[in-house]
Design a protein around this ligand. Structure first.
Ligand code: GLP
Length: 243
């Protein structure tokens, strides 16, 4: 695992955007799994301009979803699907055939898990994952205590996730379950980046990077990844003792 610390959110976002562009340059048919959430928002907003400048073509790559709130339709602004559509797919003109997201309104979550697992196998596995970290250490919706061997699964959201998750919604929303790629997908991806920004993430970043490697802090599992890097701004890195 390599740790990279940038002076601020802007520099961090430029670095993450450059990694995505590099991936597409090296392999235009890459399979990407990019998180929703506040952290990567600027990264995605920077992509069209960088891609344009560098002549990078996103028309052949594929996207798979990382996670989704169960029971929330993709027409809700708080859904991961909405976020990705607005911030990533529409600005980059990504065609619907390139996109495979979870259906948060599925009547059969177990089948939805199988469908996404099959999809990932069919497209040859994930080339690049870009993930964030929750205040409880989760990645996607891999909540503390999740199995390291889990692939796609449905999860009961923990208290922190339910309350922190309110920030994505216009009005108070009941958030009970999520559907997510598992930590096994993270470990099986060919390359993975975890991003974090802001002082509020400093405590959990320290636990994830300097505490034990344990599924009690799911993000710590990234340290087992042969090609898994952590990208932080200086505030998120402020409690690390190695800096
Ligand atoms: C959310 C999502 C994750 C996201 C993480 C951090 O609940 N399930 O996919 O990466 O928590 O979110 P943010 O970037 O908004 O802090």
């Amino acid at each position: 695992m390599a740790l990279r610390v940038y002076r601020n959110y802007d520099a961090l976002s430029h670095a993450a955007a450059a990694e995505i562009v590099l991936q597409i340059k090296q392999n235009p048919i890459s399979v990407l799994c990019l998180a929703a959430g506040e952290t990567p928002r600027l990264t995605y907003n920077l992509l069209p301009e960088i891609a344009d400048k560098e002549g990078v073509d996103f028309s052949r790559c594929r996207f798979v979803g990382l996670d989704e709130w169960l029971g929330i339709p993709d027409t809700n602004e708080g859904s991961c699907a909405w976020f990705l559509r607005e911030n990533l797919f529409a600005p980059l003109n990504i065609a619907p055939r390139q996109i495979n997201l979870f259906d948060g309104m599925t009547k059969d979550p177990a089948e939805e898990c199988r469908r996404m697992s099959r999809r990932i196998v069919d497209c040859g596995g994930i080339d690049l994952m870009l993930v964030g970290i929750g205040l409880n250490g989760h990645i996607g919706f891999n909540e503390p205590g999740v199995s390291e061997d889990a692939h796609v699964h449905v999860t009961e959201l923990d208290e922190t996730t339910r309350s922190v998750g309110q920030k994505y919604f216009r009005e108070a929303t009941v958030l009970q379950r999520g559907i997510t790629l598992g930590l096994r997908h993270l470990l099986e991806s060919r390359k993975a980046f975890m991003m974090a920004a802001g002082a509020k993430k400093a405590g959990i970043i320290r636990l994830a990077l300097e505490g034990s490697i344990t599924t009690k802090v799911p993000a710590s599992i990234l340290r087992k990844h042969a090609c898994g890097d952590v990208l932080l701004d200086s505030e998120a890195a402020s409690m690390l003792t190695v800096i």
